[in-house]
Ligand binder design. Structure first.
Ligand code: DSN
Length: 422
């Protein structure tokens, strides 16, 4: 494998080209289990690297502040129509630069600084932008947080309702970054209706599962859907906001001119391609395979004696609680990385340790499913994780190197979309 996949880059900037080539090798040879990552197709990669990059386009199709939008308008309108069709919504805005700016636009559309907003606490599996203290959303707004039950690891909808009725927040966020279980959008909608709150479903993690019919859709239940486009949806790094017609103007105004300048047209093109791919029957199979793989991996990990938050998974994500093991999350994650298995360390609900050195490891199956691994491979993946965690506890670098060789071998048989062969 060489940097010759990018000959112009190699000729102009060999140093940078060598970093890209090394990343291609790393992505091809490792088992990537970070649940928010994926491999985009070659078509998405190509669309995201086009001359659309050269154009300023403040405004929306047919209403721009710069001329020369003949083609850009068609690209953005196509992405919008595809998003509406795929997710069954009245309105879609495909311009947010990523998930955090998308969520900030929702605040701008519906709340004023100082208003109370409600979301899942970050250490319980929520997201920074759902009103958590260290985020701008937690300093400019008054964040109140719900969590999961200590005995089940599941959201306690009665407690959510009690908090919502006590606080009457302007916004309620459901969704998060470390939730292994199905979100009951209808239950959240009932609570938001009673509390008089705008309900926002942040489906960044599960957007591809929703598109493929492997998780219930929030479209009929919530006011706004916020999502990134690069996780299970398998598009470029970007985001979308979707809503009913009644909220369309407020959302569009908040994104531009409220928060952002010119949209990243090359990303919009990549999003359009990803939405087209996600509308194909093969993507339905992909979404269901992601969940089947996660369930098989969870079962295999339980057999190996791992403790999983909520006891398993309904979606693409598994949160391993290592509090009963001899090794905390960060040390385990770094050892797994040396073994060629890429994960992230993560807090677990009621974590006795600090966020930068927590008790958990978060894993997921979107990337390995994109490479064609299936349920039959999950016992082997669980075995590698188990051996690597044991090796981390003993400081056994040879064992980690042996696992890495096995991982590299298997990955060579499953080429990654958009990448050269391992
Ligand atoms: N960074 C994302 C994740 O990994 O879940 C959330 O923003």
């Amino acid at each position: 494998m060489s940097a010759s996949r990018h000959p112009a880059l190699l000729a102009t900037d060999p140093e940078l080209a060598s970093f890209v080539a090394a990343e291609e090798v790393l992505q091809a040879q490792t088992l990537r289990l970070i649940p928010s990552e994926n491999y985009v197709s070659a078509a998405v990669l190509e669309a995201s690297g086009t001359v659309l990059q050269n154009k300023y386009s403040e405004g929306y199709p047919g209403r721009r502040y710069y001329e020369g939008q003949q083609n850009i308008d068609r690209v953005e309108a196509l992405a919008v129509e595809r998003a509406k069709g795929l997710f069954g919504v009245d309105h879609a805005n495909v311009q947010p630069y990523s998930g955090s700016p998308a969520n900030l636009a929702v605040y701008l559309a519906f709340a004023k600084p100082g208003d109370t907003v409600m979301g899942m606490a970050l250490p319980m599996g929520g997201h920074l932008t759902h009103g958590w203290g260290v985020s701008a959303t937690g300093s400019w707004f008054r964040g109140v947080q719900y969590g999961v039950r200590a005995d089940t690891g599941l959201i306690d909808y009665d407690a959510v309702r009690d908090l919502a009725l006590a606080e009457r927040p302007k916004l309620i966020f459901c969704g998060g970054t470390a939730l292994p279980r199905t979100i009951d959008f209808a239950a959240f909608a009932e609570i938001a209706r009673e509390a008089g709150s705008i309900l926002v479903a942040d489906v960044a993690h599960i957007a591809g599962l929703i598109a493929g019919g492997a998780h219930p859709s929030p479209a009929d239940h919530v006011d706004v859907i916020s999502t990134t486009t690069h996780k299970t949806l398998r598009g470029p790094r970007g985001a979308m906001l979707m809503c009913r017609e009644e909220h369309a103007k407020a959302i569009d105004k908040a994104v531009f001119p409220g928060l952002q300048g010119g949209p990243h047209n090359q990303t919009t093109a990549g999003i359009a391609v990803a939405l087209h791919e996600a509308a194909q029957p093969s993507f339905v199979s992909y979404a269901h395979a992601v969940v089947a793989n996660a369930k098989a991996l969870a079962a295999a990990l339980l057999q190996k004696g791992f403790d999983l938050v909520s006891g398993g998974t309904d979606n693409h994500l598994i949160l391993i609680d290592l509090t009963g093991k001899d090794v905390p999350g960060k040390i385990a994650a770094k050892a797994l990385d040396r073994a060629g298995i890429v994960v992230n360390y993560n807090t677990v609900p009621f974590d006795p340790r600090k966020p930068f050195d927590p008790s958990g490891v978060r894993i997921g199956t979107p990337s390995l499913t994109s490479r064609g691994l299936s349920t039959e491979h999950m016992p082997l993946v669980a075995d590698w994780i188990s051996r690597a965690v044991d090796a981390a506890a003993k400081g056994d670098e040879q064992a980690l190197a042996a696992i890495r060789a096995e991982v590299t071998d298997l990955m060579a048989a499953f080429p990654a979309p958009g990448l050269p062969l391992a």
